[in-house]
Structures are given as structure tokens and as C-alpha cells.
Design a binder for this molecule. Structure first.
Ligand SMILES: Cc1ncc(COP(=O)(O)O)c(C=O)c1O
Length: 388
């Protein structure tokens, strides 16, 4: 495990500059919209007390996204909302300001919408969410996947009527191909990562992710508040959104944020070490497919660079074991490969006294984890769970 304590951590309040990147107001708007969708229901927040006591902390809360909108991951909150926001804006441009989201849901503009094509690069989960949005609202969808995305994840997107193209390189290359193709064909990129000149839809997508945070706050109700939040990072949009939300909403709670990455895709820890956004080459694909990203998201990184206390990387070695551990929990928890990264990061930290001390993790700590996906590729999941 590699560990880096962030000297740039800002202990002050969430600034107006950061509010421009992502604000509670963005989250509230997303929540108001998303909770009206058919199939919306609050996902469970499990309390893993016995596991917590086994590893020497007070409690673990585990937000379980395996059932989100039947799509198997938290990404269902982001991409679908991004597609809706795009359609709304495009129609307002084409038809006029009178176009309302309610009319879009009612199918009033289905003819215009059917002419739009949304596109994205993905390792599976985000693409599934964009494809779901395209199907729900009636536009076309072109997805780019890289060489290592599993056949099961490809099929899941095709089942949602997306056209899926597999390229020969890695995720970062699939994104470049997607952007080029969009420009040539007048398609519309709905990406979950942001970069210079492209931040509008990733911001909405991050706001959509924060529906999880809104739910957690209501689920915690009178329960003790988390002292630490472990967040698994790919491009950093998800951890950036959650970190920004809790920082802005609870400025005095002194929550510690820890980002966990795969050792094969350490772009966020390298960015922290260099104190500037840093890309890495993906030389080996991690089994945590959702975390296999070499280029940080601009918006995500802007929040993480100041909001995160510690960055760590983990290997794939114990991921299957952690998945089986959660499957055996009562109630049983379906957790995919990327889902257990936070738990794995926590357990490895607790095995490293020096790092645990640096993070002030001890028997009084209450850790919030995000089970970001379920069995998003059921074949791979079953194989892992049934191996002893
Ligand atoms: C299941 C899962 N968890 C975590 C992440 C990481 O999110 P981000 O790339 O926004 O950092 C992803 C990204 O695809 C994912 O699919």
C-alpha cells in the first residue's frame, strides 16, 4: 500500500471558488429531479458493526448502490441526469425557453429528441447510465469501450439499445476517440470526466452522484456522524462530489477524507504528490474496472486537491476476498470489484499502524464507505464469489 498525506489540505470552509465547481445547490436541484423518476428508491446504508470491531474501529456505514435503478451502480444517478440536462438545453435552443423537463418526461418533444445522439467513453457503469438515459428519453446513443472492458458489461449497454464500439487501446484512448467522433458527427459528449473547456455535463453528473450523500444524511438521522470517509477514485468525479458535499454542508465536523486508487491507475495520488493534475500511463488493467483511469477529472481534482487528507493505493490481491466477505455478511451484500476498494483501503490501513495513526483511525472512528457497484458483470462476480 502506498500512502501520501496531503500537505495542501485546506482546513477552512468550502470556498466560493469551489462552490462554482460544485455546490449544494447543484445537488439539491439534481435530487429534486431524480427522486421523481420511476424506479427511484433510497438505497440501503448498512451498519457493519462486527466487521468494524474485528478491525478495531467503532463502526462502518456502507452505502450499498448495487440496486440503484436496476443498473447496478451509483453511476445510474449521474449519466442519466446528464443526458436529461443535455436534452433540456438542446431543446431550449431549438424550440425555445418554454420547454420544461415535465414536457420531456411526457414525450412532447420525442420527434426532436430522436434526432440527437449522445456519446461517451466508459469502462461500463457510466456508459450504462448514459444508455439508460438515452433509452428513457428517446435519443440515440454511441458508446466507446476499451479493449479490456468485459463482454458482460458491453452486453448490458447493448441491451439498453446503445451502439457500442470497442477500440484497441485503454480508457483514456477510448475517450479521445469518442471526442473526435463526436466532433465529426455532431454527436454530444456526455462524459463523467471533465477537462479544460468541458465541464458543463460532468458538473451535473457529479451533482447526480450526490443524491447518495443527501440520502445518507437522512439515513444517519440520529446516528453518530462518520469521522472518516474512504472514497475510491477513478477519474475523481465521484470522490470529488462526495468530498465537496460533506465539506460544504458540515464545515465544522472535521471529517477526514481518504481517496483509494488502484496501484495500476494512481493519477490522483500522483497529482497530490506533484501538487498539480498529473496523468499516468495505464500499463496494466486492474480488476477494479471502474477505477482504471489515468487522467484526473478537472472538476474532481479541483475539490480533491484541497479537501482530501490522505491518498492511498491498493493492489488487486485481496479484492476477491473482500467481495466474498461482504457476500457472507448478514444481510448478504452484493459488492462488485470496484465496490470493495474503500473497504479494502480501510482494512489495509488498519493493518499499517503508522498510517492508521497518521489518519487518526482508532477505536473511536466511524467510517463511511461507498459500495459503488453490485454484480455489474454477473459472470465475473459469480466466478469470484464461488472461488474459495
Ligand atoms: C463502481 C465504480 N466505483 C467507483 C468509480 C470511480 O468514480 P470516478 O471515476 O468518478 O472517480 C467508478 C467509475 O467508473 C465506478 O464505476
Amino acid at each position: 500500500m502506498e500512502h501520501f498525506h496531503n500537505p495542501q489540505k485546506d482546513t477552512g470552509h468550502y470556498s466560493n471558488d469551489l462552490r462554482y465547481v460544485l455546490s449544494l445547490q447543484n445537488t439539491i436541484s439534481a435530487f429534486e429531479e431524480i427522486k421523481t423518476w420511476k424506479g427511484y428508491s433510497i438505497t440501503p446504508l448498512h451498519s457493519l458493526d462486527s466487521l468494524a470491531s474485528d478491525i478495531g474501529i467503532k463502526n462502518i456505514y456502507y452505502k450499498d448502490e448495487s440496486s440503484r435503478f436496476g443498473l447496478g451502480s451509483f453511476k445510474a444517478l449521474g449519466g442519466t441526469y446528464g443526458v436529461l440536462k443535455f436534452i433540456h438545453h438542446a431543446l431550449q435552443k431549438e424550440v425555445g425557453d418554454k420547454v420544461s423537463v415535465k414536457d420531456i418526461h411526457a414525450g412532447k418533444y420525442s420527434e426532436q429528441i430522436s434526432k440527437y445522439t449522445v456519446t461517451t467513453a466508459t469502462d461500463g457503469n457510466h456508459g450504462r447510465s448514459v444508455a439508460f438515459g438515452a433509452m428513457l428519453f428517446g435519443c440515440k446513443c454511441q458508446i466507446y469501450i476499451h479493449s479490456e472492458v468485459s463482454a458482460g458489461r458491453q452486453k448490458a449497454m447493448e441491451n439498453l439499445e446503445a451502439n457500442v464500439t470497442r477500440i484497441s487501446g485503454n480508457y483514456d484512448e477510448s475517450l479521445r476517440i469518442c471526442i473526435d467522433a463526436a466532433e465529426k458527427n455532431n454527436w454530444h459528449v456526455i462524459s463523467d470526466t471533465s477537462y479544460e473547456g468541458y465541464t458543463k455535463y460532468p458538473r451535473y453528473i457529479m451533482a447526480g452522484y450526490n443524491v447518495m450523500a443527501e440520502e445518507i444524511v437522512s439515513q444517519l438521522n440520529n446516528l453518530p456522524f462518520p469521522t472518516h470517509v474512504f472514497l475510491q477514485g477513478g477519474v475523481g468525479s465521484f470522490p470529488g462530489a462526495i468530498c465537496g458535499y460533506f465539506w460544504e454542508k458540515f464545515p465544522n465536523n472535521n471529517i477526514k477524507f481518504i481517496v483509494v486508487e488502484s496501484e495500476h491507475a494512481p493519477c490522483l495520488i500522483r497529482s497530490a504528490q506533484n501538487n498539480q493534475m498529473t496523468s499516468v500511463d495505464i500499463k496494466k488493467e486492474t480488476m477494479m474496472a471502474g477505477l482504471s483511469c489515468g487522467e484526473p477529472s478537472l472538476l474532481g481534482w479541483t475539490i480533491l486537491s484541497k479537501g482530501v487528507d490522505d491518498f492511498i493505493t491498493i493492489s488487486d490481491a485481496s479484492i476477491p476476498e473482500s467481495m466474498r466477505l461482504l457476500a457472507k455478511n448478514r444481510p448478504s451484500i452484493e459488492a462488485g470489484e470496484s465496490s470493495v476498494a474503500g473497504l479494502e483501503g480501510l482494512m489495509q490501513t488498519m493493518n499499517n499502524k503508522k498510517v492508521a495513526e497518521k489518519m487518526s483511525l482508532d477505536s473511536n472512528s466511524i467510517v463511511l464507505l461507498f459500495g459503488t457497484e453490485g454484480a455489474t458483470d454477473p459472470e465475473i462476480y459469480d466466478e469470484i464469489i464461488n472461488t474459495t
